[in-house]
Design a protein around this ligand. Sequence first.
Ligand code: ADP
Ligand code: ZN
Ligand code: ZN
Length: 751
Amino acid sequence: MYADIIVDISREEVDRPFQYRIPEGLLERLEVGMEVLVPFGMGNRLTKGYVIAITEECKYEPAKENPARMKEIFSISQDGVTVESRLIRLAGWMHENYGSTMIQALKTVLPAKQSVRKLTLRRVERRGSREALIAALGEARRKKQFAKEKLLNELLTSQTIPYEWITGKLGVSASTVRSLERAELLRVVTESTYRNPVGDRETGDTRKNLSHAQQNIVKEVLQDYDAGKRGTYLIHGITGSGKTEVYMALIEQVVARGRQAVFLIPEIALTYQTLVRFYRRFGDRVSLINSTLSAGEKYDQCERAKNREIDVIIGPRSALFTPFPDIGLIVIDEEHESSYKSENTPKYHARETAMEVARLHGASVVLGSATPSLESYYRAMQGEYRLFQLKERLTGGTLPKVHVADLRTELKEGNRSIFSRKLQELLSDRLKKGEQSMLFLNRRGYAGFLSCRACGYVVKCPHCDVSLSEHAGGRLICHYCGYEIPKMKLCPQCGSKYISGFRAGTQQIEEKLKELFPQARVLRMDADTTRRKDSYEKILASFSSGEADVLIGTQMIVKGHDFPRVTLVGIIAADLSLSVGDFRAGERTFQLLTQAAGRAGRGEIPGEVVIQTYQPEHYAVVYSARQDYEAFYREEILYRELLSYPPVSHMLAVQVFSKEEEGGRTLAERLAREADSFADPREPLEKRMLLIGPAPASIGRINDIFRFVFYLKYANYGTLVKVKDALEEKIREWQPKGENVQFDFDPINTM
Ligand code: ADP
Ligand code: ZN
Ligand code: ZN
């Protein structure tokens, strides 16, 4: 038996593992992830290494003829489980469960190594009394020493200022700093430190007295924790119900017990306010990882975590891989967000991966959301997770009044505008009063469905109960099973000729709005207007400071930010997310509508919401208008049960990418046949593993790469993993040249 070993633990080195022979004596004990000592290099110096694979296959050419020449592992390190070995085990688990190579998995979990210069950070601190500073300021003004004036002004408001900021942003020269230093008004402090992206900020906690409901959650979770019980907890509570306060209290308690915590938040939902709250509570012991950090900064955060210089990390899903020595708690806020699922192989879900990290460390997991994922709520109902509810909004503000505008009626009564009469009336009212409105187009990915404007009928697949998608050549196709019919000219339900695709973009809404209300100041936020790096923040900041009356946008505008002056939210076409050809369409719509509605009336004045739709009777619309999650869940889970969709069952998507259409189709068909042979004919039909497809993916071709997909539905995840392994084996055997295959378990995005 042989072991693949990496000597230097970093993402860059995993492509170059060294193979060693496993001596008899270690064979029983050696496991993937273990730290070992191996003779390395010319001098055979004993060096630390990590086992990333154990195999029977000898890859070292000369050794095939003469195995004795291969070096042997010297020993297993005494350290036992190290930070690194946990990460490698985690990679092994991801490799197993999500279908990727071990190398891909390792690259996902290991920090990118950057030669970090230990930065020397300089900062300027105020010295001397306020009076002395004010006197000096007066003098600088009289003498027209502008640079000095600027710096003194800054020092009066901040105790410390980063040196780079003074010479950079303030444009004050080093000699000015020196002259004030000589006058004993400031001092320059130099220290060598890791880069901390949060930077210095005043502490001073704004700790709240927890409400009874909040206290109860903290108490129950800690009781379990101190009894040695590790579990998963789901907090269902609307925005503003005090979840973050509970997370902080729990994190604080776990940190007090000497362990570390990971706080996951979708990047787009992380607001500055949240960051400051954590910073105030945890001071320098908290840090942040996100996409704006440089690779060097990320690496620094990892080093600080490993050296126990921080206790808490905040970040998107990749923050799970922070190399903390001893994680006690993982919190996932907005746990329903689809950004927790990776779109790259390994296509892992942060929620499931968090459970595995928790298992490896002996940690608990807390999930929170205003609209929990069907997955989590289902687990809670099954008793796997403990469920807590926070029902009251602590910030005041009442729930908005929701109107549902039936677009079929609008058409019938002669209104062909994209704005219903109710929405027009309320928009005009808000413009008069000088209050703000948001118009929300819940477009997501590709929504090429066909629907009837007169009766609301949506053309669906009779087998999969998802909307059919319109394709070139007038065909309608189901993207799960490949069912196909020609596009009809008249509505099959009511015979109307107003049956068509739905295409309205944010730009079009902006134009129509300006036609209706030429005086309105309008901002638009979508993929076009946010291409520049900071434009997202700029648009939000400008809206929040009242520079516009209406903000038009896609999903982006409903996350995170609070706009107390928004008293009207209009959802232009709820159907856009309701009828994408995807079994999660109802869930996604419920979440989006509920969130969007929650945007209205955060401040003193109560808000109103208009949901425009052709399907006002759809349960996702009905229950989001009532903000009734439980009722929505009960309907949605019935649908999932009926059609064996997750979370009731599991689904494996096998995607084939190919330059040649025929080659891709053929490979997809061959693989599908292999997979289908795993269906056990002794099982009753409704329990048996079900093959759906293969079919062209909903976007059948991107950049001249053809995409085919088939699905397997089965209640047992482990069996699907076995099928995946078998398919991987076949792919190795067949060695397809122009094709590439990816696996996606319980897919979120089936575009
Ligand atoms: P969520 O995370 O559910 O949106 P937060 O924890 O952010 O809720 O709380 C919403 C607001 O209510 C925040 O401004 C917070 O400071 C405040 N808050 C939270 N808990 C309490 C409490 N027990 N007493 C008073 N205010 C609270
Ligand atoms: Zn119709
Ligand atoms: Zn179908």
